[in-house]
Design a protein around this ligand. Sequence first.
Ligand SMILES: Nc1ncnc2c1ncn2[C@@H]1O[C@H](COP(=O)(O)OP(=O)(O)OP(=O)(O)O)[C@@H](O)[C@H]1O
Ligand SMILES: [Mg+2]
Length: 161
Amino acid sequence: MRLEIESRSPEQTFRLGCALGRLLTGGEVLGLSGELGAGKTQLVRGLAQGLDIDPDVIYSPSFTLVAEHDGRLRLNHIDLFRLGERVEQSDEEEIGLTEYLVPAGVTVIEWYRKLDKPPAAWSLEIDLAVHEGERRTITLEGRGERAARMLDALARDSTWH
Ligand SMILES: Nc1ncnc2c1ncn2[C@@H]1O[C@H](COP(=O)(O)OP(=O)(O)OP(=O)(O)O)[C@@H](O)[C@H]1O
Ligand SMILES: [Mg+2]
């Protein structure tokens, strides 16, 4: 199932993230893609809010690789930008990434397309495409019944419109 959303502002992207965050129940892995400044971290700030985590503690964890935050669920926020072009399977194991791919909480990965092969645990892939001004097209895609239910609920949630 695929859901395409037009965001007109950073605030709207935040509200979308928040609505999505409220729908998460644990065990989800979210992969984020989109160019520098597309709004990936802004979406994660909203996700944090939806998980009862202070959004102001969220930043691009480019230097730390993984930042863990405790809220209604634990949020593992990963950013692979600094890892070079491609992350080999062996690197994944070395940096301990594999343990986050079957999470008890929620794991969100910025620049997840750098991964060698998408882990089987993917529940949602979220791409942000930049248009002029503050317009973004945010495409959420998920396989399976659980992802479909989540996207359906998100589409019907009026709080981010
Ligand atoms: N509709 C929008 N949604 C999200 N952010 C927007 C939007 N319009 C403008 N912006 C601005 O774009 C920037 C997005 O920055 P953000 O750090 O979230 O991007 P990013 O995709 O995480 O980049 P990076 O790859 O460097 O980590 C912010 O300054 C935000 O205010
Ligand atoms: Mg970022």
